[in-house]
Design a protein around this ligand. Structure first.
Ligand SMILES: NC(=O)c1ccc[n+]([C@@H]2O[C@H](COP(=O)([O-])OP(=O)(O)OC[C@H]3O[C@@H](n4cnc5c(N)ncnc54)[C@H](O)[C@@H]3O)[C@@H](O)[C@H]2O)c1
Length: 314
């Protein structure tokens, strides 16, 4: 039986990892739509702490998670906390404690508090490291990557997280989002931190190094679109599917170089002759999110004559 979001506590939406890059965008989108939101994070920026906007929570501390969730009795939980980027391989024990055990702690606490819906960020990394495995076609939620093809720990961990979360699906409504690479102002870390340059209007004289070859492709979704997808899921009456692709703009290095030059003609932008392989595929269908949530990507006009997409960090 699929649980519905029609019963349970009426508390705020709890965004765990709410001080992160995506977390801030999700909190903004939810607040903008009128939701009461509590953001929780192991660290919070000084500004947010001063405003009292982020409460302190370590998802690897099971007691703390139960206390926080029990006290807040949130209507829905969005778990965006994760150890990402180089930090993941640098401290595997910590990554497992946060990314896997932390997920279980949050789910168990959600069950105990009667939370109606649990949303989490998966990733296109769950499809494995290469488009070649699928051929030249759009990848859908029914596709998957067998364990031996997972050469990246991040993607393998995301795939396992999905398996973990699915264990709870008969007791709490759950949904994960296989998000493409997110760009937006203020990205602090991760393999694709450089994508911030797409939005940030770098100062003239800055050299932006794009670690892609001219024809190497990447699937990009804006922070605002990723946050809107999650907002739509929070607003939905029911969520009949456990996993959705965000989809993304399938762009090559040269598209991105031209876009940056059009934003700022004085900017030096370099591509790589021999780039490292990206750890992701690049062609994804978001037909499911369109059908279930009415979600579609905001058109991204790339090219010298197109409107600019640059935004200041907020
Ligand atoms: N940024 C992307 O391109 C992208 C793409 C696909 C999926 N995702 C997923 O979206 C989620 C958010 O990613 P992001 O880019 O905002 O990363 P981020 O690092 O900016 O955000 C993660 C947040 O989790 C917090 N966190 C880490 N350990 C914690 C702990 N023990 N307890 C509580 N909070 C903890 C961090 O402090 C951080 O604020 C992650 O699950 C990530 O894998 C991101």
């Amino acid at each position: 039986m699929t649980p519905t979001a029609g019963s349970g506590p009426e508390g705020p939406v709890l965004v765990i990892g709410g001080d992160g890059f995506l977390g801030c965008a999700v909190c903004r989108a939810l607040r903008g739509a009128g939701f009461a939101v509590v953001a929780a994070d192991i660290v919070s920026s000084e500004e947010n702490t001063a405003r009292g906007e982020v409460i302190s929570l370590d998802v690897s501390d099971r007691n703390a998670v139960f206390e926080t969730v029990g006290a807040l009795r949130p209507s829905q939980i969005i778990n965006l906390s994760y150890v990402v980027g180089p930090a993941l391989a640098a401290d595997l024990a910590r990554a497992v404690a946060v990314n896997l055990s932390g997920q279980i702690n949050c789910l168990d606490a959600a069950l105990q508090a009667g939370v109606r819906r649990y949303l989490h960020a998966s990733s296109i990394g769950a499809y494995g490291p290469s488009q070649a495995y699928y051929g030249d076609r759009e990848i859908t939620e029914e596709d998957g990557c067998p364990p031996p093809h997972h050469t990246e720990l991040y993607g393998a961990m995301k795939a396992f997280d999905e398996v973990l979360v699915a264990q709870y699906a008969s007791r709490i409504e759950v949904c994960g989002f296989r998000l493409s690479v997110i760009f937006g102002p203020g990205r602090r870390h991760g393999f694709t931190k450089w994508t911030s340059a797409l939005c940030e209007q770098p100062d003239p004289g800055t050299v932006v190094e794009i670690p892609l070859s001219p024809d190497q492709r990447i699937s990009l979704v804006s922070d605002e679109d990723a946050a809107r997808l999650i907002l739509l899921a929070v607003e939905a009456g029911t969520l009949p599917v456990p996993i959705m692709n965000s989809g993304g703009h399938d762009l090559c290095g040269e598209d991105i170089r031209q876009h940056l030059k059009s934003m700022n003609p004085g900017l030096a932008v370099s591509l790589c002759d021999r780039p490292a392989p990206l750890p992701f595929a690049h062609r994804f269908s978001n037909a499911l999110a369109q059908r279930v949530l009415g979600f579609s990507l905001t058109p991204l006009d790339i090219g010298p004559d197109k409107p600019r997409i640059a935004r200041k960090p907020s």
